[in-house]
Design a protein around this ligand. Structure first.
Ligand SMILES: Nc1ncnc2c1ncn2[C@@H]1O[C@H](COP(=O)(O)OP(=O)(O)OP(=O)(O)O)[C@@H](O)[C@H]1O
Length: 266
């Protein structure tokens, strides 16, 4: 599914699922070449984990897929990212449209300073949904999806900040899912959580891949082993190796990948 060769349109597999295609993506900040000629396909309904040393560009790659690097001072981006055949950097593409399609779950939970209900309803209101009953249904559906409905159904009007950190992270996931994205990006989304909350979110990602394409940055090889269908190893801004999780994690081909994995596992 993941292949580096040149393609201008995204591949639609035999089930009609689509994905994100990155082609010759370069990103510089104040002349520093951070992402170097990245070409990769991220398949739909699979989990792809991006691994690599601190500072190699994992988060920058993820943020680029959500157009979060656009406003960094001194940033220059060239190359292409296609989502449903649409160029992410195309002239007429609106950032809100992209963020609806591709939701990002940050490292630390980022609940908005409002109630639990309003957090989940937030994006839908922005996208024009106003009817109370419709919003109620959306909030319930998405809180159920992240396994939180029973925990919070009697306190929906309470501030989101009253939730535990693990609950806040699941709430953020519910907020992202409420606008019906196609892809979910997770930037070390469990690293601020306790082990039990972390496992809950990991299990959730595995469940969610039935409906969504998921791309996760992780430092935890255990997570990659548990969740990933595909793994990409990045070193100093370049993709060194990519492939099925089993092949790459258990039988890496490249020396740099071997060194990285042996350092982590030893
Ligand atoms: N806003 C910025 N301004 C200048 N340099 C930046 C900026 N954001 C990232 N960088 C640089 O880009 C490089 C890649 O950073 P990035 O955060 O993508 O790495 P990472 O692999 O996600 O690291 P970590 O695992 O530690 O989170 C680093 O050298 C970093 O200092």
């Amino acid at each position: 599914m993941i292949c580096p060769e040149e393609k201008k349109t995204i591949k639609v597999d035999s089930f009609g699922h689509r994905g994100i295609s990155v082609r010759h993506l370069n990103l510089r900040i104040n002349g520093n070449h951070i992402l170097k000629d990245i070409s990769v396909d991220f398949p739909d309904r699979k989990i792809t984990c991006i691994i690599g040393h601190s500072g190699c560009g994992k988060s920058t790659l993820l943020k680029t897929l959500n157009r979060l690097n656009d406003n960094i001072a001194g940033v220059e981006i060239d190359g292409h990212v296609y989502v449903d055949g649409e160029d992410l950097f195309g002239k007429d593409v609106e950032v809100t449209h992209i963020r609806k399609k591709i939701g990002l779950i940050a490292q630390r939970p980022t609940p908005l300073p409002m109630s639990i209900f309003d957090n989940v309803a937030y994006g839908c209101r922005i996208h024009g949904i106003r009817k109370k009953n419709e919003l109620k249904e959306i909030v319930e559906t998405n809180l159920r999806l992240v396994g939180m409905w029973d925990e919070v159904k009697d306190r929906l009007k309470e501030s989101a900040s009253s939730l535990s950190i693990g609950q806040q992270q699941r709430l953020c996931l519910a907020r992202g899912l409420a606008v019906q994205p196609e892809f979910i990006l997770g930037d070390e989304s469990t690293s601020a959580l306790d082990p039990i909350s972390s496992r809950l979110v990991e299990d959730l990602f595995v469940e969610l891949k039935k409906k969504y394409g998921i791309i996760l940055v992780t430092h935890t090889l255990r997570q990659a082993l548990k969740m990933a269908d595909f793994v990409i190893f990045v070193y100093m801004g370049k993709i060194i190796e990519m492939g099925s999780a089993k092949d790459l994690l258990e039988h890496p081909k490249e020396e740099l990948t071997k060194q990285y994995l042996s350092g982590i596992f030893s």
